[in-house]
Design a protein around this ligand. Sequence first.
Ligand code: FBP
Length: 559
Amino acid sequence: MESVLSPLQTARYEYKPKLPEIYTHGMCGIIAAEGEPWLPSSDCEAIRNIFPHTFGMNRVYFRKGDNCAPKKKINAGVILSGGQAPGGHNVITGLYDALKEADPANRLVGFKNGPSGLLEGSCIEFTDDLIDRYRNTGGFDIIGSGRTKLETEEQFKIAAEVCAKLGISAVVVIGGDDSNTNAAMLAEYFVRENAGIQVIGCPKTIDGDLKNEGVEISFGFDTATKTYADLIGNIERDACSARKYWHFIKVMGRSASHVALECALRTQPNVCIISEEVEAKKTSFTEITEQIVRSVCARSERGDNFGVVIVPESLIEFVPELKDLIAELNDVLASKSEELAARAGWKKYAYLETLLSPSSYKVFTLLPSNIQNQLLMDRDQHGNVQLSRIETEKLLIELVRKRLAELKHDEIYHGKFSPLSHFFGYEGRCAFPSNFDADYCYSLGYNAFMLISYSYTGYLSTISNLARPAAEWRAGGVPLTGMMNLERRSGRLKPVIKKSLVDLNGAPFRYFAERRGRWAVETCYTFPGAIQYYGPPSVCDAVTKTLELEQTERMKKRG
Ligand code: FBP
């Protein structure tokens, strides 16, 4: 089938992603310098025991100097892993360009459909023609993605055999916390077995929760949040034009509320719930309902029977009463999913009652049946509940509606409540990457090659100083094992890269918390508009409010 290109796609093919200044003069002037060992902030001994060969490695920085990387031919393989995030194609194009710049005889293959492609040896070799068709485009369709977890010795052995057969000496895993956990385990195995295969990760996820001292933000967060903020701004404008609907908008973010918070900072809705605050204050669903109801009533008194509420998709997992229930259900479904699926109606309830604690079972029975069914759906490959399929926004609408009916009955509330629900998630994951993500991703791919050429393994490619113009960005790498901790997954404690949740003492949350009281009552909406790819840098290269506030705070701390 002949594909028809949109004018924007044609124009984006021509876009030349910006690189950190040190990478703009060719590779011969770059040297790797090492800093301090990068250690986990918790569970240090356990992680050291699990990763004896890749634990305690130093942080790496690339600087100007005479390149002393060993001259070697490199055949690399790349995997796109987990949920789509804008810019994934540019990580591949940056890696490809760097490989070819170093030596046109170097080769890059892409494993198809995520980590399973590595196990099946299912891959394609990239050529100039193929790469050129994906430059600066959204999506992961160049090779596809998947969520297969690589964690058994048998899988690692197969991966080593596949790489040996294909002559591959380096694997680049483009993924989030779970996928880079896979990368760390693979790296450890390859070192232990002397397989001669390096593993480098690249930080991907729209959720923005793969960040720490060494990683300022994962790619995709910028474009996805700008896409959602555009849509939310449009809804806000519709809301204050029509003046008749309350919009409940759930946004993606499997655990952390960074996406919801960033959208709130950009659009100033009436209410935005932050899961991390809910957890810290042990806020119940009833209290969250009251918070929204207070805004509805206060606005109604001003004659404003409309509004916008942003809800993070993770909320249901952070509300205390549901958190325990979900954790128990995750364990139950890890071991008893077939037995449960074999039962229906009251038999299913009776069986669940024997598996759950009495308090969790009680919470389960109080939920509407659609939410119960959504909570019992299959887990993802990592044993996580599939939150994007749970309609928390509709649950909240029902709870608010019920409470307002009581207040109306008591003649406390006299307004009109017409709610509409939305879910923004998949809309943002494959958008054309913003200039920021196009540049950042290309740099991450290029930098992954530099780590490979300097023989590093078990590292995450990092580009930092991101709130500054690209020329001032810094390039380097942090050891994957330094980001790990132990977490309970599918009923067992496992090493995983620690997710970064919203810091309630951090600048982005504080900025929001200082203003939300006014936003709840008045109409303070802001309309960010669509992502701009061409125009003044202040518009086209602007970073997220989260990154801007975090960077300003970092600078202040450094004095
Ligand atoms: P990653 O962590 O793999 O980047 O995926 C994040 C995410 O987009 C979440 O926000 C969302 O809950 C989930 O993926 C949806 O997964 P799926 O694509 O399997 O429906």
